[in-house]
Design a protein around this ligand. Structure first.
Ligand SMILES: [Zn+2]
Length: 142
């Protein structure tokens, strides 16, 4: 995998396509996941890098970030609705994370493409899991 960002790779990542599995426990170690915000760097085709500060499920033991696909797509749609509705529905790739401080800087003064690359940490590994069980309870973390 070629690295896009210039910072060291970190975290494992799983984009969860299963709307009925919210992974309140880790699919890898079965420990409880925490709710944590990460500035996720997303590359939207054709050439539209965006950063979403997104609440994700996180397993500190496995260093695994789990983001729900439906939530990401909803946030992307809201974001592009105003400025570039023609981009909605294009493919996208969640590539890595930014440091909180860099993300805040980029909110004050938007980064150009090179500045983005300068502070981007690619994911170490992108994983995929099937839910081992579907949990039929209300997620009270929302
Ligand atoms: Zn785990």
């Amino acid at each position: 995998m070629t690295r896009f960002g210039k910072q060291p790779a970190r975290h494992k990542f799983f984009l969860n396509p299963h709307q009925d599995a919210r992974f309140t426990s880790c699919p890898k170690c079965d420990g409880k996941t925490k709710l944590r915000k990460f500035p996720l760097f997303i590359h939207v085709n054709p050439l539209q890098p965006v950063v979403l500060n997104k609440s994700c499920r996180y397993c500190p033991y496995c260093d695994l970030i789990i983001a729900h696909q439906d939530e990401i797509e909803q946030q992307l749609a809201v974001l592009f609705m105003q400025q570039q509705p023609e981009v909605i529905g294009n493919d996208y790739l969640v590539i890595g994370t930014l440091d909180k401080a860099d993300w805040r800087r980029s909110m004050k003064k938007p980064f150009n493409f090179e500045e983005m690359r300068d502070c981007l940490h690619d994911f170490k590994k992108v994983m995929s899991f099937e839910p081992t069980r579907y949990i039929w309870v209300k997620d009270d973390s929302k």
